[in-house]
Design a binder for this molecule. Structure first.
Ligand code: ADP
Ligand code: NG1
Length: 458
């Protein structure tokens, strides 16, 4: 029997965050919460922008999370409030169709993605009425997956409130699919680790079928997250979906060059599987078939033998309709190279040799260079921060998450951790008043945390 998310009991006096949330809930709704649900954020150690190409990634959950207090009632409404006044209250009738406005990605639409995923899975026509107060500690739009933590938390609490049961894998798949209602064509890494994480271990996440394997991180090093303090909201911009589209077009170009039916090929990993080729061979194929100059729409349509209408409806997403040029060579090079680095990272962790730290650090550095130069998903501040981290004693450092802002993850020898934090604080944060004001929640050591759970007060 596939495992379900855990339900654990807690004493309200032993947890300050839950205690405060309970008080806020009671003040807001005049009743006590029935239960709580939490979904963790995550840091991806390696394997960036390859989940939506079908390749494995290597994240771990972090301590920061979305936590919600929930009551189930006869109001016939879903009522939402947030402990952060920046996120306004919202309510919707349980009998209304759930509509997610991707033009206007407000916080409650992420919540509704989770609700809608569960509603569709079970064909629920009348959802249970519920009131929720949401509290988040994950810096938003910073590559630590605050959006998916919210979607996973809401999917889990909706399942619980409607007395349904699903395995962690099923929940991860439902939430990965339903978060796409917000408009971002994500690959599923974030929702998978949010449900499948276990304390003390990073995970290799494989797709189709979805599964998670423990990856024991090397002893003698700590992982440090640092935020460059530039936010990038995925759903409110098109950077992310442009990359998804570029990978989709590259897939079809490579497939066609080898006599495969491009209409059946959606992900770069599928081409590799069909050709029974190694990742190194795929890198050679990219060199042979694709050119480094950006492709125009006309060139793509001509090569693939499709009309401009087919191009817009079958290849582009709603928010990429106006893109005129596509860098297929660079994106495919990154994806196949990064997929290979993930597998090497896992092998080095498994082998646990004396050179492990050095080898892992090199892989992380190569990953950042590839994200920066080939995938172009870094930004000046993030590159500066990575530089500062390396100069401050990190063996390896790379951007984590979608990029274009947000966080870097560094691997630092344990004995150097204190000096590292001090040096980064001084060089990156204290030099700028805005960064200095955000330093406390922007620079911290992290350990592999547990997955999404339902919490009940004892
Ligand atoms: P991330 O990389 O953190 O997933 P996104 O830009 O995809 O970043 O999503 C960030 C969005 O998630 C925010 O704009 C907000 O709508 C939602 N969000 C994040 N944290 C919270 C929170 N604590 N409460 C409500 N909504 C949140
Ligand atoms: P962030 O923006 O860090 O939550 C996004 C995607 C992931 C993955 C990474 C890049 C969503 C929900 N998340 O993560 O699936 O593609 O970018 O590796 O779209």
């Amino acid at each position: 029997m596939a495992s379900c998310p855990p339900k654990s009991k807690f004493k309200i006096t032993s947890n300050e965050r839950l205690k405060e949330l309970k008080e806020k809930f009671e003040a807001k709704f005049g009743e006590s919460p029935l239960f709580y649900a939490c979904g963790p954020g995550r840091v991806n150690l390696i394997g960036e922008h390859i989940d939506y190409c079908g390749y494995s990634v290597l994240p771990m959950a972090i301590e920061q999370s979305i936590l919600a207090a929930v009551s189930v009632n006869n109001s016939g409404m879903i009522q939402l409030a947030n402990t952060n006044p920046q996120y306004q209250d919202f309510k919707v009738s349980c009998s209304e169709e759930i509509i997610i406005d991707r033009e206007n990605p407000k916080w409650y639409f992420y919540f509704l993605c989770g609700v809608k995923g569960i509603q569709e899975k079970f064909g629920i026509t009348h959802l249970a009425g519920m009131s929720c107060v949401v509290d988040g500690t994950i810096p938003p739009s910073s590559g630590l997956s605050s959006s998916s933590a919210l979607v996973c938390c809401s999917g889990l609490l909706t399942m619980e409130a409607n007395q349904k049961s699903l395995s962690k894998v099923a929940l991860a798949e439902i939430c990965a699919k339903s978060e796409r209602y917000i408009g971002t064509e994500g690959g599923g890494m974030d929702q998978s680790i949010s449900f499948l994480a276990e304390e003390g271990t990073a995970k290799l996440i494989e797709f189709q079928p979805l599964r998670a394997t423990d990856v024991r991180l090397p002893e003698g090093a700590v992982f440090v997250i640092s935020n460059c303090c530039v936010e990038m909201n995925k759903a409110a911009s098109s950077h992310y979906n442009i990359r998804v589209v570029e990978c989709r077009i590259a897939t079809k170009m490579l497939a066609l060059s080898k006599g495969l039916d491009p209409s059946r090929m959606l992900k770069l990993s599928q081409v590799q599987t069909e050709l029974k080729a190694s990742l190194d061979e795929m890198l050679v194929l990219v060199d042979e078939v694709l050119h480094p100059d950006p492709y125009s729409r006309e060139e793509i349509c001509k090569v693939l033998g499709i009309t401009s209408e087919q191009f817009c409806t079958e290849l582009l997403s709603a928010n990429t309709q106006n893109v005129t040029h596509f860098k297929l060579y660079q994106r495919a090079k990154h994806v196949y190279g990064e997929a290979a680095r993930v597998l090497k990272f896992q092998c080095v962790c498994d082998a646990g040799s004396a050179e492990s730290l050095q080898l892992l650090g090199e892989l992380m550095n190569q990953s950042h260079a590839s994200c920066r130069d080939l995938y172009e998903c870094s930004c000046a501040e993030l590159d500066q921060l990575v530089d500062v981290c390396l100069k401050s004693g990190a063996i390896g450092c790379r951007l984590t998450g979608a990029g274009w802002g947000g966080c870097a993850v560094s691997m630092v020898p344990s004995e150097k951790a204190e000096g590292f934090l001090k040096a980064v604080r001084e060089a990156y944060y204290m030099s700028d008043p805005r960064r200095a004001s955000m330093e406390k929640q922007s620079l911290f050591v992290t350990k592999p945390g547990g997955g999404a759970a339902v919490l009940l007060e004892e």
